[in-house]
Design a protein around this ligand. Structure first.
Ligand code: ADP
Ligand code: MG
Length: 570
């Protein structure tokens, strides 16, 4: 390890030289208050910025052990410090220090969810921030004075503001950690009561806009409150007693007039698989882990998925046991999305009429009379949803304002009325028996066989030119070799750093492919590796921090495999 002064001297020595001279500062430095690890030095002011880590001993940082005493607390504290580091950067850096990325400092940015990330490491020996930095240049020559300012003034100040416990708002840190722990607790606890989702009273579900995940503001926002019949109570380890609506396992309908808040409720349920930050409004909205949002996605590719429980007798005798297409229709894509989620183990499906194919959801008595069953390839979801429950113990929560046919199959019916939830099961059941439905059930005796596919190595090499190339292009797209994976309709993907991790998982996971293991087993193996060694294990770069990863769920990983156009199975 070099001294801080040695870094200063090196910078002086290379001042004004070609940018490549910056390579001389690679190495680690003892700054007394912290250690600086210059892991990777960029070759050009416009290239991806240099990667470094700053590490401060826990003795100096001073975080009480209870703030990171278990995994969920540790993740929440790391998340908190990432946010603090990020806002300290904004306060401290001067930014404009020359060409390209000169003068910039980056750390991963966080949204409303608390996710396991590679941006920060907290343990009993140290706190480490993993960041990147644009080393200053004029044109393409080293600007040593500016660089020295960044290393010797800005960086220590950012660290001082964000990584020392005594300089943080202690009650804020505590709340962040404890709220997250409470959410994990709730998510486990609801399962014991055979619930699949819980929405606490006073939660704030609507978001500011279609492009903002922040809570809606203003006087018109209606807080959530549970219908009396569905109210359940929990005793949280930190926040104490909490009441709210428990949605039981089984088949649940959310009905109500247009614009009355149905989709908003479902979206909150869908995000409840993740923990949220305090004051998000959804910090006590939790949903069991294995919940998957299903939608129609016409145009997507499908690779040998067994969609026969839903679709049969396609024109020209097209196979639906191993159904493949380069361009699925609304109904076949929705069927494939369900079968793929079941393949990796989902226990709860969420569907919204707004994003479903109508002919996949319903087929009413008049249509049954006109179009004979043997002329209709689709067995609608209404005829399979009970079999899903009976045969596979899979629950469903559906938003459906447009068809009362589902009253017959639902266990619970919630009506949204001016953003207020009411329980209307009995009323709806009465209506169902009064207006007797003559439609014929078409689902058969059993749900049908599931897919269990074995991936092949072919097509999983991300080669572009002579290099491997994998990179997230925003939240919803992965550049994988010469291809683009389109994830724009994968709705529970919430963070671009998850997308980045998924891209690298496709390649990392491909090493487990042996022509025998199933897709589910391969994803499981990857997640076990991550659990054991951390997300760093995915990184193709050895000897430097991996950049920005956040932990994805197995469903979104599977979704990426399934949408890669060169993905092949046996
Ligand atoms: P639906 O699915 O019933 O047609 P949405 O859930 O799309 O209705 O909601 C319609 C509008 O109402 C949206 O703009 C949404 O942001 C807003 N909204 C939803 N829930 C609430 C609430 N609790 N308070 C205030 N506005 C809400
Ligand atoms: Mg809607």
């Amino acid at each position: 390890m070099y001294s801080r002064d040695y870094l200063g001297k090196t910078l002086k020595r290379i001042d004004g030289k070609g940018y490549k001279a910056y390579k001389d500062i690679q190495g680690s430095y003892d700054f007394k208050d912290f250690h600086l690890y210059m892991d990777y030095v960029q070759g050009d002011p416009f290239a991806s910025p240099s990667r470094l880590r700053v590490r401060i001993t826990q003795k100096r940082a001073g975080f009480p052990q209870e703030l990171y005493s278990n995994k969920v607390r540790q993740v929440a504290l790391e998340d908190y410090l990432t946010r603090e580091f990020s806002s300290a950067i904004k306060k401290v850096i001067k930014r404009n220090r020359g060409t390209g990325k000169s003068g910039l400092i980056f750390i991963d940015s966080c949204g409303q969810e608390i996710l396991e990330r590679t941006s920060m490491v907290v343990n009993s020996s140290f706190v480490e921030a993993r960041i990147s930095m644009g080393l200053p240049a004029r044109g393409r020559s080293v600007l040593a004075k500016e660089a020295a300012d960044m290393f010797f003034k800005e960086l220590p100040e950012i660290i001082r503001l964000s990584l020392l416990y005594n300089n943080l708002d202690k009650s804020d840190v505590k709340a962040h950690v404890e709220t997250s722990e409470d959410q994990d607790f709730l998510r486990k606890e609801i399962e014991k009561l055979n619930l699949v989702s819980f929405i606490a009273n006073n939660s704030l579900l609507p978001r500011r806009s279609g492009v903002s995940d922040l809570p809606m503001e203003g006087e018109r926002v209606v807080d959530f409150s549970s219908p009396g019949e569905m109210e359940v109570e929990f005793n949280l380890p930190n926040a104490g007693n909490i009441k709210g609506m428990g949605i039981p396992a089984g088949i649940t309908l959310i009905v109500g007039g247009g614009y009355h808040g149905k989709s908003t409720l479902l979206r909150a349920i869908e995000r409840g698989v993740y923990n949220h930050i305090p004051e998000d409004g959804r910090e006590y909205v939790v949903t069991v882990e294995d919940t998957v949002k299903i939608r129609a996605e016409d145009g997507r590719r499908v690779e040998k998925v067994n969609i026969s429980p839903f679709i049969n007798n396609l024109p020209f005798g097209k196979d639906t046991v191993e159904f493949s297409t380069e361009e699925a229709s609304g109904s076949t894509s929705q069927a494939a999305n369900i079968m793929e989620a079941l393949e990796v183990g989902t226990g709860v499906l969420l569907l919204d009429e707004d994003t479903s194919a109508t002919n996949f959801m319903i087929r009413d008595v008049r249509m049954q009379a006109l179009v004979a069953k043997d002329k209709e390839p689709i067995t609608p979801f209404i005829d399979k949803v009970m079999l899903l429950k009976k045969d596979l113990d899979v629950s469903a929560i559906m938003v459906l304002g447009g068809s009362g046919d589902y009253f017959d199959v639902a266990d619970k019916i919630i009506m949204m009325d001016e953003y207020r939830a009411q329980e209307v099961t009995r009323e709806a059941k009465n209506i169902a028996s009064e207006y007797h439905n003559k439609r014929v059930e078409e689902g058969g005796e059993e749900f049908g066989a599931l897919s269990s596919r074995t991936p092949l190595q072919k097509g999983l090499d991300p080669i572009k030119g002579r290099k491997t190339k994998i990179s997230a292009k925003g939240l919803h797209s992965i550049e994988f070799g010469r291809q683009r994976i389109d994830l724009s309709l994968v709705e529970q993907l919430v963070d671009v750093s998850q997308t980045q991790a998924i891209g690298d998982i496709l390649y990392f996971g491909s090493h487990f492919i042996d022509g025998k293991k199933t897709l589910r087993e391969i994803i499981q193996l990857v997640l076990e590796q991550i659990e054991e060694k951390g997300l760093d294990v995915l990184s193709p770069f050895k000897g430097q921090h991996p950049g920005e990863y956040a932990l994805p769920r197995k469903y979104e990983i599977a979704a990426a495999f399934n949408r890669l156009r060169s993905f092949h199975v046996k």
